[in-house]
Write a protein that binds this ligand. Structure first.
Ligand SMILES: C[S@@+](CC[C@H](N)C(=O)[O-])C[C@H]1O[C@@H](n2cnc3c(N)ncnc32)[C@H](O)[C@@H]1O
Length: 388
């Protein structure tokens, strides 16, 4: 078989990988007897052991992931192309190369440049996102596709993840992190933020930063641990537990994004109790305060409109959460962390411990009580938890 084009293709894989221009490589069109193996997707990955290539062997019903050094990767690619796959697509930051086997069993290469798909990929790679779209865990989490493009349904999620990390980068000085910095992600769900935060915080501190995602849905916990394992993120783990039941010790940061209703309060309470340096949460639904607002007095003019009652309850719930944090020595900011066109749940409470107090600040406690009296709030769940 004529090998020139084939060798040329292999050497482009090697040089694009070494110059960090490789975005992805796919082996397609399996003509061997093993029709179960649909394609092989290859992407660069930064591991503790160095810069390597991660292979996802995509079968009909399962994915098998393996990491290889460049030399081993080239051998695996060669073997699979010679024995099974008849086509390959290589995407780099400058071009898309398409290798295919001809009817006469030779190889040919087609080169495409300035393609709109490529422009978009390069744009994503060059745009100064703190979390690059090329990060392999984004592919495993289903945010990006085989070619390294953000899936159309996941654009908002990708923006949200990046915005969250952008805010973290302004609040947390990575150089000042304590030697052993541990983070809890309460209600971690599919793990988008736990992975992104781990990627961001641990880039220079892989062995000292640890993140644990707490999630009540066992299936999600299992999937997240699987992905963490294949990315070799030893210090990123997920535990199946209710937030309320999880025993917290030595906490650097607590995050809780869109943990439902009072789960946000349970999370904040764990953060306050364990003296976390940072507590960052984006509240979800606010049913508890809404259900405990008096329906009489001056406030009736507002609460008789369902939507206004809902918004009023949201504002009051989060204002009181901020006051409770302040009463415990946290400097607190509430900000919009992403435009409301992406999600209506777009507030972020950012609290940083600034004082160690013997007892809750009485001025703040008084403020909470006045607010509750004015707006006819019978109870606030976080206030009950913190007993102030
Ligand atoms: C809306 S999702 C958000 C997931 C993730 N934080 C994110 O922003 O992508 C909320 C998650 O919190 C979990 N959750 C809700 N209440 C919880 C509780 N009390 N303990 C543990 N997990 C909880 C849910 O199962 C769900 O996966």
């Amino acid at each position: 078989m004529h090998q020139n084009k084939f060798d040329q293709f292999k050497s482009i894989i090697a040089t694009s990988f070494e110059s960090k221009k490789l975005i992805s490589l796919r082996l397609l069109d399996n003509k061997s007897g093993d029709i179960d193996l649909k394609q092989i997707i290859v992407k660069p990955i930064e591991l503790k052991t160095g810069y390597q290539l991660q292979f996802v062997f995509r079968h009909k019903t399962k994915d098998i992931t393996k990491n290889y050094t460049l030399d081993d990767a080239l051998n695996v690619i060669e073997q699979n192309l010679l024995e099974s796959f008849h086509q390959s697509e290589l995407i780099t930051t400058t071009e898309i190369q398409h290798l295919s086997r001809t009817n006469t069993n030779n190889w040919k290469i087609k080169i495409k440049t300035a393609d709109s798909q490529l422009k978009s990929l390069v744009h994503n790679k060059q745009k100064k996102y703190l979390i690059p779209a090329s990060a392999p865990y984004l592919f495993h989490l289903g945010v990006t596709n085989e070619s390294g493009m953000i899936k159309s349904a996941m654009h908002s999620k990708f923006k949200q993840i990046n915005k969250f990390i952008e805010i973290i980068s302004t609040v947390v000085d990575k150089a000042q992190l304590s030697k052993e910095f541990s983070v809890l992600d309460m209600g971690s769900g599919k793990g988008y933020l736990s992975f992104a935060l781990f990627d961001y915080l641990s880039r220079e501190n892989r062995d000292t930063v640890s993140i644990t995602g707490i999630e009540l849905r066992g299936g999600l916990v299992k999937t997240c641990n699987y992905i963490s394992n294949i990315c070799e993120y030893d210090n990123l783990n997920f535990v199946e537990s209710y937030i309320q039941d999880f025993k917290v010790e030595n906490l650097g940061m607590l995050i809780a994004l869109h943990a439902c209703n009072t789960a946000t309060d349970d999370a904040i309470f764990k953060g306050i109790n364990s003296n976390a340096k940072y507590i960052i949460c984006s509240p979800c639904c606010h049913k508890q305060v809404r259900n405990s607002m008096h329906e009489d007095g001056a406030i009736t003019s507002i609460t008789r409109h369902g939507i206004l009652k809902e918004r009023q309850a949201e504002i009051l719930t989060d204002t009181i959460r901020a006051l409770i944090l302040e009463a415990h020595g946290y400097k607190t900011n509430i900000m919009e962390f992403i435009s409301s066109e992406h999600t209506s749940k777009n507030l972020l409470i950012v609290a940083k411990k600034s004082q160690n107090l013997d007892k809750p600040n009485p001025v703040k406690v008084q403020e909470i009580e006045s607010l509750k009296a004015i707006f006819g709030i019978k109870r606030h769940y976080l206030q009950e938890l913190t007993k102030i």
